[in-house]
Design a binder for this molecule. Structure first.
Ligand SMILES: [Zn+2]
Length: 172
């Protein structure tokens, strides 16, 4: 699913997510029919997730959800927005991605201490991560078989298991 975007991952530095990435400016919602020029309209998707379809959310949603399954960092989306002459701040990109995640539209996947990807498929599945290339890909079927899970702590239940299989290119 990621072959079209794989090349763009290389060389783009991922920054830690700004936990306090504020700077949410008040903005007007689109008027009736105003968003028709967008190549992809995700306003219904946003509404179903309980998010008001603001201009910035619609613009970033078009990047995220119009290209099939994607695994992106906040910096990748910011770079795409700048390349498309979208007037948006880095903090707003971080904020919007976090809002989408909390609304269940994205799943955040941490691949090491400082790097987070956002997956446009929020359902349960496992991943390959290619070290040194910063590429996150879905593990194809039949996926990962987990034969034994530990007993959860008393009073807790297992809600999910996320496996990241780390890869590196063979030498020689
Ligand atoms: Zn995925």
């Amino acid at each position: 699913m990621d072959s079209t975007t794989a090349a763009r991952w290389i060389g783009i530095e991922a920054a830690p997510l700004a936990a306090d990435g504020t700077e949410m400016l008040p903005e007007a919602a689109f008027g009736e029919g105003e968003q028709n020029h967008l190549p992809y309209d995700c306003s219904n998707l946003l509404r179903q997730a309980g998010l008001r379809p603001t201009r910035q959310r619609l613009m970033l949603g078009a990047f995220l959800f119009s290209k099939g399954g994607r695994h992106v960092t906040a910096d990748m989306i910011y770079t795409e927005a700048v390349a498309a002459d979208m007037p948006i701040s880095r903090a707003t990109v971080y904020n919007t991605l976090n809002q989408f995640t909390h609304a269940g539209l994205l799943r955040q996947i941490g691949v090491d201490g400082s790097k987070s990807f956002f997956d446009t498929n929020p359902g349960a599945h496992h991943h390959f991560f290619v070290d040194h290339e910063d590429r996150l890909l879905d593990v194809p079927a039949p996926g990962v078989a987990i034969e034994q899970l530990p007993q959860p702590l008393p009073g807790y239940e297992v809600v999910g298991v996320d496996v990241i299989v780390h890869l590196r290119r063979k030498s020689g």
